[in-house]
Design a protein around this ligand. Structure first.
Ligand code: LLP
Length: 422
């Protein structure tokens, strides 16, 4: 459910016509709906209402300060994976005690900054990292709160690039080594062992993998308890999918499936939803530049490109693409919707049937809130798009469109001799 809807065949973002927004702010442009963000956060909170829990928004999905600020104000915690993300969420007003730090490779600097900030816990994935965190914490004269991330070895039935819970993946500690890890961690004086975490993948559209993971984790937690290792937090990661095309479970169904094996453990449950909170709360609006026909294909060339939205080529992801103004009847045509970047992988859709797009038309790429702007780049020296947050009738610029000047801000022309003689 989201608040991008047609009114008399014109697409609206809440109370504002998308066409007006595009005229005013230019294209390509990301538009987010505050109402949708609030609705999604509440839906997740309600789904876990009966359980002691903490929602840690996986901010990698969409990390604009205003979005983080909104979630922090709604009581969200944050799942971070870098020093940059820590900086962002603290700046946006996050309470450090609601921040969990995930990821396979944290640098000394990141670990120290996180410990000094007083975050809730670091999710650790390897023995050397475990030892390093203990050393660094000892030097700071404190104990680092850590959880160990377990790889439950299962198949979440999603795209291989976003599947993380199989034993061949770089993520987590293998089931066969979990108890050794906890035994070692217990002996390290710089650590406080507070939890266990897992994350099996992203865009998961069935409940079974969550139940399976939770079942395996429950067995481990019980054994740890029997061994005298009591934990406070059980972090089950994120991963719930959204309806790009498929029909994922609702937050209620997800919560029921996830909690069933772990509810009785008496631990505080942490979840790290990313996509499900922000995916359908954002669209990317682009303008059609040209139509082009070859002997075998039709192309709709737009001003948005793979540097703005990488998902279609990287994950073969399907995004619905809608005309912003559908007042005029158009015959349906089939074309590839492509951008100006010099790569054949620069497409938003292939062989897509839709009412004939013509030069000057606006197209809305739907469900672009998650991993859209967050994965944008300056490839082909294209300034990154503006980001707008619509709330009712209000349109807020939450990130200005980059300028050419922004593109070269950190660069320096050095005068090296063209012939190699200095
Ligand atoms: N927690 C951890 C440790 C993660 O690695 C991730 C996502 C999440 C939570 C949030 O997962 P979500 O609820 O959003 O599924 N760029 C890809 C998705 C990459 C996901 C990476 N990790 C895409 O566009 O599909």
């Amino acid at each position: 459910m989201n608040y991008f809807e047609y009114r008399e065949r014109e697409l609206f973002a809440e109370e504002v016509a998308v066409r007006d927004i595009a005229e005013r702010f230019g294209t390509p442009v990301y538009i987010y709906s505050a109402r949708t963000l609030r609705r999604h956060f509440r839906a997740m909170r309600d789904a876990f209402a009966g359980t002691d829990h903490l929602i840690c928004y996986a901010m990698k999905a969409l990390s604009n300060l205003s979005i983080l600020h909104l979630f922090a104000a709604m009581g969200s915690g944050f799942d971070i994976v870098s020093g940059g993300e820590l900086m962002r969420c603290l700046k946006a007003g996050a309470d450090p005690r609601t921040i969990v730090f995930s990821g396979v490779g944290k640098t000394d600097e990141e670990i120290v900054t996180a410990l000094r900030a007083g975050i809730l816990m670091l999710n650790v994935e390897s023995r050397p990292e475990l030892r390093r965190i203990s050393e660094l914490a000892t030097r700071l004269d404190l104990r680092a709160p850590v959880s160990l991330r377990v790889n439950p070895d299962l198949d979440p039935h999603t795209h291989p690039h976003i599947s993380t819970g199989h034993r061949t993946s770089k993520f987590g500690i293998p089931l066969s080594q979990v108890f050794e890890y906890y035994a070692e961690a217990r002996g390290l004086s710089g650590l406080e062992l507070v939890g266990l975490s897992t994350h099996i993948g992203s865009q998961i559209t069935e409940t079974e993998p969550f139940t399976e993971a939770a079942g395996k984790i429950a067995t481990i937690v019980k054994q740890l308890k029997a061994d005298g290792i009591g934990l406070k937090y059980l972090d089950m990661g994120g991963g719930l999918g959204i309806p790009y095309q498929e029909e994922p479970p609702s937050p209620q169904q997800y919560a029921a499936a996830l909690l069933q094996p772990i509810r009785q453990l008496g631990l505080r449950i942490i979840i790290e939803p990313g996509r499900v909170l922000v995916g359908n709360a954002g669209i990317l609006v682009t303008r059609v530049l040209y139509s082009k026909e070859t002997d075998v294909k039709r192309f709709t060339v737009i001003d948005g490109a793979m540097n703005d939205l990488l998902r279609p080529v990287l994950y073969e992801a399907w995004h619905s693409i809608l005309p912003v103004d559908a007042r005029e009847e158009r015959p349906p045509i089939t074309s590839d919707i492509v951008g100006p970047v010099c790569e054949s992988g620069d497409f938003f859709a292939q062989e897509r049937e839709m009412p004939e797009p013509r030069a000057g038309d606006l197209l809305a790429v739907m469900s672009a809130g998650a991993y859209g702007f967050a994965m944008a780049s300056n490839y082909n020296s294209r300034p990154r798009a503006a980001e707008l947050l619509v709330d009712g009738r209000q349109v807020h610029v939450i990130r200005s469109r980059e300028t050419f000047e922004d593109l070269i801000r950190s660069e320096h022309i050095v005068d090296v001799s063209p012939d190699g003689n200095t």
